[in-house]
Design a protein around this ligand. Sequence first.
Ligand code: ADE
Ligand code: ZN
Length: 322
Amino acid sequence: MSNFPRDAVRALPKAELHVHLEGTVDATTLLTLAERHGVKPPADDVAGIDQWYKFDDFPMFLERYFAVLGLLREPEDFAFVAERYMTTAHDQGVVHLEFYVSATGHILENQKKWAPIHDGIVEGCNRAAAATGMSWGLIPDISPHLGSEACIRAMDEVFAHDLSHVLAVGMGGPADNWWTQDFSPIYAKARSLGLAGVAHAGEHGGADEVRFALEQFGAERIQHGIGAMQDPAVVELLVNSGVACDVCPGSNLALKAVPDAASHPLPAMLDAGMTVTLGSDDPPMFQTNLLDEYERAWDWCELDLEGVSRLAQNSLDAALVV
Ligand code: ADE
Ligand code: ZN
C-alpha cells in the first residue's frame, strides 16, 4: 500500500497543463451525448464504455478518441464537458487549467466550424471559473496525420476567431510521419499572433522527435517527452532551456508507451534536473485522475512532500498566461 498523502497533495495549488478536453468525456457523458444526438453508442452501459476505454495500443486509442470527437456537436456539448472537467479538477486542487482541443480533428474529420466549438468551450469554462475562481486557457491542436496542408487551412480558421482565451497552438498524437511534413508555418503564424507553441513529442517516439519540436517549432513545453531520455544531448537541451515536459504516467502505461511502471523514465527525468509537470491526458479513458498521477510519481520516484510540492510548483511556473 502506498503511503501517498492524498489530502495534503490535494491541498497543494496546482496547474493542470496536459489534459485533452475531448479526453475528459467519461462513460456517463458519452452515453448522454450519444442519446442526445441519436447515435448508437459503442456500448450500452457505463461498464461497457469503460471496457471500450481499454486499448491494445496507440492506434486503437486514437481511433476511439476520434469517435468521441464525433459525439461533441453542439456548443452546449462542449460547454458541458468543459465545465464538468474544470469542476472535477478544482476538487483536486487545480487552480489553473489549460485545455487541449483537437481543433483540426473537429474541423477536418467532422466538418465542424471552429467558432461555435470555441464559444461553447468558453461558455463552459466561464461557468466553472465563476464557481471556482480558477484561471484557464485553450490550446487548439493539430492532428498531424490529417496532413499539413489541411491542418494549415483548419488552423487559419482558428486564428481568424477570438484568440483572447487561446494560449498556444499544440500538436497531438504525432503519427509516424509528422516530421516529414511541414507544420512549421502554423507555429510561425501562432507566434506572430502572440501565441505560444507546444507539441506532443517523445511519447511513443524517441529523442529526435523532442529535438525537432524544440528546434523546428520552438516548442515552449513538450507533452510527454519521455523519449528524450534516449539521448543525453536532448536531455541537456531540455535542462538548459528549462522547457517543461508535461508527463502523464498513467497515460504512458495505458497506451503502452512503456512496458511497465519500473521502466518509466520519470525518476531519471527528475534526477537529470528536467522540469517536469504532471498531467492526466485523457483521464477517464485511462482510468486515472490528476491525484492518481501524483501518487504514481510519489511511488515511482520515492518522493516526499517537498518533492511533490516541487512538481506542483513546476506546474504553476510552466503555465501559460493569457
Ligand atoms: N491526444 C489525446 N491524447 C493523446 C495522447 N496521449 N497522445 C497524443 N495525442 C493525444
Ligand atoms: Zn496528450
